[in-house]
Design a protein around this ligand. Structure first.
Ligand SMILES: [Zn+2]
Length: 396
């Protein structure tokens, strides 16, 4: 038997049909560089030219607030929805988050202004080529040197160097985490427990410089979606809370300010049955030749045992059919899933096979990942429900 290689399998339509994020023209990684360019920070590109420059800009990132989910709930989010109404001056629009649509990846894209192929946090869990073990990018386990993992300066650091007052206002628990270090370093980190306090401090920080770049964050909408589902009472209650938080900050904006509300990904609810939840731990065909399973249910990195990558690709395509976009690493890189370039140090972190859900399906691993496998709401892939997030603007 000869081992097959990716060359034996001409790229099926499915890989080419994946809707690649709008890197360089309307993705999360383009936001901070555009705002910093508007403040005169050197070497920053205004990749979203529709945004009018402001001396003071605040980005409020709401974890898990997808564009489609916001549009489906105007009653719970009257203030946010008003920012979409062009007849009342609203300029709200959707942008794409980047692949995969997951928090660690998106926070790094926001803070560094770089796509995942460059900042190098290309998944929820990825293989560390130095150790051969999976690393959780959100919890940073097992520990590795953050500065070696993500060596680029953040936009906050570059802005600070250019004399722009920079600050992050988030939960105190994130003050010293490696993810904060790689994604949000530069300027002052202010930990506040409640959303209300974060809004008030963010407004103070905006006023603290003639030019200011401020970031603030709220996590609990995402948690409600994972546990109870998008559209659950808990999720709706969180959306109502978030709507009031945004209004609270908007009403305190100092002069010459712009507030941008955005998110790190959307979310889809996945039914609890075998058609919608394919279990890797129960499927010997999918497990054959696989050394490590990374990523998450809708965005998998599959690491093959040496020599088996071609066979794993063939098998995964056969088993998953049209339910997933299944690509070899080279195909995914060439198609630009992780951005226009993938740095050498990042290449080995990507799966030999990469599988992104296109239907409302999940590739769970009930034994390896019991907690993740039982979530109602999920995200990670390239579908509009996950990729599109709002970019809403309030100006003083
Ligand atoms: Zn999440």
């Amino acid at each position: 038997m000869t081992l097959s290689t990716a060359w034996d399998h001409p790229e099926p339509l499915a890989v080419a049909s994946a809707p690649v994020p709008a890197y360089g023209s309307g993705s999360l990684a383009d936001l901070l560089p555009t705002l910093a360019a508007g403040m005169g920070v050197p070497d920053m590109t205004a990749a979203i030219p529709e945004l009018t420059p402001a001396d003071r800009a605040c980005v409020f990132l709401i974890d898990g607030l997808g564009w489609e989910q916001l549009r489906a709930h105007p009653g719970e989010a009257p203030f946010l929805t008003s920012l979409l109404d062009s007849s009342r001056g609203g300029t709200g629009r959707p942008i794409t988050v980047g692949y995969p649509a997951t928090t660690a990846t998106s926070l790094a894209s926001v803070g560094t202004g770089l796509p995942p192929g460059a900042h190098g946090l290309p998944g929820y869990t990825v293989r560390d080529p130095a150790t051969g073990a999976l690393m959780n990018q959100l919890r940073w386990q097992p520990y590795t040197d953050p500065r070696a993992w993500q060596p680029y300066p953040t936009v906050f650091q570059l802005a600070q160097r250019a004399g722009v007052h920079s600050a992050q206002v988030s939960s105190p628990t994130f003050a010293n985490t490696p993810l904060t270090k790689v994604a949000l370093s530069g300027g002052t980190f202010l930990g506040r427990l409640t959303g209300e306090d974060r809004m008030d401090v963010a407004a103070e920080q905006l006023a603290a410089g003639d030019r200011a770049l401020v970031y603030t964050y709220y996590s609990e909408l995402d948690g409600a979606g994972h546990r109870y589902g998008v559209d659950s009472d808990t999720w709706r209650g969180q959306l109502m809370h978030v709507d009031r938080l945004v209004q609270r900050l908007a009403e305190q904006l100092p002069e010459r300010s712009a507030l941008y509300v955005t998110a790190d990904h959307g979310m889809v609810d996945i039914p609890f049955d075998e058609q919608h939840r394919i279990d890797f731990d129960e499927d010997w065909e999918l497990r054959a030749g696989v050394a490590l399973l990374g990523g998450e249910g809708r965005a998998r990195h599959v690491y093959a045992v040496p020599g088996a990558a071609g066979d794993v690709l063939t098998c995964w395509r056969e088993v998953l059919g049209e339910q997933f976009w299944v690509a070899s690493r080279d195909e995914a890189v060439a198609a630009g899933w992780f951005g226009p370039r993938v740095d050498d140090r990042v290449h080995g972190r990507l799966g030999d096979v990469i599988a992104a859900a296109r239907d409302d399906v999940l590739l769970i691993a009930s034994e390896r990942e019991p907690k993740e496998s039982s979530m109602v709401g999920n995200h990670g892939s390239m579908t509009p429900a996950e990729q599109l997030v709002p970019l809403l603007e309030v100006r003083s």
